[in-house]
Structures are given as structure tokens and as C-alpha cells.
Design a protein around this ligand. Sequence first.
Ligand code: MTE
Length: 308
Amino acid sequence: MLLRFPKASQAREDEVTPRPLFLSRRSLLAGGAAAALFPDAAAAALQAPTTVRPRDAKLDEVTPKKSATTYNNFYEFGVAKTDPAEAAGALRTRPWEVVVEGEVAKPTTFGIEDLLNFPLEERIYRLRCVEAWSMVIPWVGFPLAELLKRVEPTGAARYVAFQTLHAPDQMPVLRTGFMEWPYVEGLRLDEAMHPLAILAVGMYGDVLPNQNGAPVRLVMPWKYGFKSIKSIVRIRLTRDQPPTTWNRMQAQEYGFYANVNPDVDHPRWSQATERRVGEFLRRKTLPFNGYAEEVASLYAGMDLKASF
Ligand code: MTE
């Protein structure tokens, strides 16, 4: 079966968001929740018409918030899916700064308040984990490109490196020898500049829960979930491809690109199908997680089996 997801430009919001969901989100935001949680400009933006990723309502129901906030990967807080929800309360998300540096004309330190003042919008994205489960999550965020444009990348910038907070006093697993910390990730600059790449500061019309990567995380909907690094404190533009946590751990299993690809199996399991959290039957995994029309051109001419 071939599933087609129309381009955002071809769909109206009320076609792509089931009416009751659309209305309840609006009333939640208009009712003052957003105003209380986000600064004035952001709250106003969230009440204005938003860009919502197109989806087939029947095939792509939004995952219940309870599942998305209790079934997590955030290894700094434990390896079990329930550990982050239980332990991430210890994470202090204020004050918070994100340093943006490297091959840029204007290195800048953004406070979390500065990030909340970017034009926030809601994006409903599929998140496909390398472990072959998936969710559909309404993020609140803004294009990563907007942040990168502010710092003016130099002509030498080719990659973007991201780093998570390193705080052993707040993150219990950092006090053990398990894995190398801090968690790091990377993108090619053109991937980072793609309009689907966002920095999220909220989900389900609310601020980001700690276990989901508060106060700011990356969301790359066409890549396996591990690329979507949480609780970011540093973004560095570089000439060379930066190291990434899972690639450094097991290079044969986790590549730098990590584009969702049903034709390239993980050495220990198939990536052809996935289980949507909360569902019983498995569904087919789509190339680029269903976003091929938007992003496949980024990889024109590349061997996606070699560059997995
Ligand atoms: N970021 C950090 N800092 N630490 C992590 O362990 N796990 C990644 C990614 N970002 C991880 C991380 C993985 S494997 C996945 S699948 C997603 O976060 C999960 O995001 P979620 O818990 O919000 O669904």
C-alpha cells in the first residue's frame, strides 16, 4: 500500500487536523494556558493560524499525551522507558542558556526567554524511534533555521553540532560509567536549515516536560528519534562532521545520517515496520518517515545504504 501525505501547501489546517482536536487546542490556548506559559508574543502567535503538518487523521492519530510523557528515551535519567518521567524532575531548566558559536559571524548566547520569543507554532510530527516504535506528537517550536540565521553562519560552516546539558548532580546516569557524556548530535548545515527541522520548547500546547527534553530540544521528523537531542546547551557550527553519541558507541549500528529507511535494517532487527505506541498491529515504515517529498532532495546522488 502506498500512503501519500500531501505537501503542507496543498492542505488546509482543518483538512489535516481533526476538527475536535483543532478546536480543543484553540480553546486551550485562547483560554490563557499559552499566555500563562509563554511570553505575550509567543502566546499570540499560538492563537493565530498555525502551520500544522499534514496527516491522515485515521492513520495518524495524535498519541495520547500520557504515553508521550511516560514512555521516553533520555538515558541521562535511566535506561528504562519509565525512568525519565520518574527521574527528570531533578533537571533544573531555569536559568537556561544556549551558546551558539563556531563558524558564525555573530556568536550569541540565547537565554531561554530569548528562545521563547521566536515565532512559535504548532507542528504535528511523526517521531520514529530506531527501536521500531513511533508516536505522533504536537510540538510547539520554531524552525532551527531562524536561530541559525541570527548568528550568520560563515562560508566555512558545513555542519551543526549539538550538545546536551552535562550535570551529574541532576542526571543520575552521568554518575556511572555507562556511556560517554554529554550526549552529542550533529547535522549537515543544509539539513539543519530545512524548514521541517525545529527546536521545540513545548508539546500538546504546554511547556516541554523535563523528560521530553526541557527546556529546548531538537525535532528532526525524517530521522530516527536519537537525532532529536534533548535539553540543548550548546550549538556549534563546524567545518568537519561532528561526533554523535550513538555513532561513537556503535558505528556499525548507528550512522551519522540516521534517516528513517525501511530498506536498511538495523543489524539486529528489521526497520521495515514499526509499532505506533498505544496500538497493537504493526504498520509499514515509510521512507524518510513519510517526509520524502520534502526532504529526499537533500540526499540526491547519495547511496543511502552506505550513508545510513
Ligand atoms: N537526548 C538526550 N540528551 N539523551 C537521550 O538519551 N534519546 C534520544 C532522543 N534525544 C536521548 C535524546 C532518543 S533514542 C529518542 S527515541 C528521543 O530522544 C525520544 O524522545 P521522546 O522521549 O520525547 O519521545
